[in-house]
Design a protein around this ligand. Structure first.
Ligand SMILES: Nc1ncnc2c1ncn2[C@@H]1O[C@H](COP(=O)(O)OP(=O)(O)OP(=O)(O)O)[C@@H](O)[C@H]1O
Ligand SMILES: [Mg+2]
Length: 242
């Protein structure tokens, strides 16, 4: 379980998080929505220990993240994949080499085992055929699949997804949402998904929370949230939202 309790965080002169409390129980996808610049990415960075709260607590499976030393953080990040916007691949490495990176960072597996694992995870996201291509020559949807493969290669218990469908057309987005739901269902991965997209929230979420003014303004199951009369829920999830 990921648990943030009463998290406050000031960056520069602005207090970005102001008492954020958020719980992601094991096995579910929690969708975090909210206006641009409200601190959604900052929230994800607290979960993997890039940021420490000024006040409040961050726990993963009962372990206090802000007090972890480097070795403990490395261990945490092995259990926690991170899918960056647009995949964030390294252009001069092949898709397969990009996907292998977290394995090289976290373990001293023999080359053949690394190759097997990369092959397996690329197969899972439908990218086996593109293993030897370089990122500049593949489409946005393929980059995202490769980014997802990289997030999954260490067999994590958690994956943090930061805008997994930004810049993708609705058809490719739909495929990515299906993959994210499949990752939860087949691999029992717990997800924290940041998105602006109603389709993403509805297709792969279990619970949705909307961040505003540094805390969750409204939170509920997908069903509750699409029916909610709360103005933010209507803006992000109502009929007019995309
Ligand atoms: N390292 C940093 N130093 C100073 N300010 C930062 C830093 N990182 C983020 N911020 C500020 O914190 C605020 C929240 O940023 P964040 O990236 O979390 O927004 P967001 O909700 O993810 O927005 P978007 O939907 O546009 O991605 C912004 O005002 C941003 O400028
Ligand atoms: Mg962001």
């Amino acid at each position: 379980m990921i648990e943030l309790h009463d998290v406050h965080k000031r960056l520069g002169t602005r207090e970005i998080l102001r008492g954020l409390t958020l719980k992601v129980p094991k096995g579910m996808n929690f969708v975090l929505m909210g206006p641009s610049g409200t601190g959604k990415s900052v929230t994800l960075k607290h979960v993997i220990g890039i940021f420490k709260p000024d006040r409040g607590t961050v726990h993963v499976d009962g372990q206090d993240v802000p007090s972890m030393d480097n070795q403990q953080l490395m261990a945490l990040r092995k259990r926690m994949g991170y899918l960056f916007q647009n995949g964030a691949l390294i252009n001069w490495l092949t898709v397969a080499e990009n996907v292998a990176l977290p394995l090289k960072e976290h373990s001293r597996l023999p080359r053949s085992e690394v190759d097997d694992r990369v092959h397996q995870v690329l197969g899972m996201v439908g990218m086996d055929h593109a293993a030897q291509q370089f990122p500049p020559s593949i489409s946005g949807g393929m980059k995202l699949r490769a980014g997802l493969a990289r997030a999954l290669v260490t067999n994590p218990e958690y994956v943090l997804y930061d805008e997994p469908n930004a810049g993708l057309d609705p058809i490719i987005s739909h495929q990515i949402h299906e993959l994210i739901a499949e990752v939860r269902d087949r691999l029992s991965v717990t997800g924290l998904i940041v998105t602006h997209s109603r389709a993403c929230a509805v297709q792969c979420g279990d619970r949705i929370g909307i961040l505003e003014a540094g805390k969750l303004a409204v939170e509920g199951s997908v069903d509750e949230m699409v029916r909610s009369e709360h103005p933010l829920a209507k803006a992000f999830l109502g009929g007019g939202a995309d």
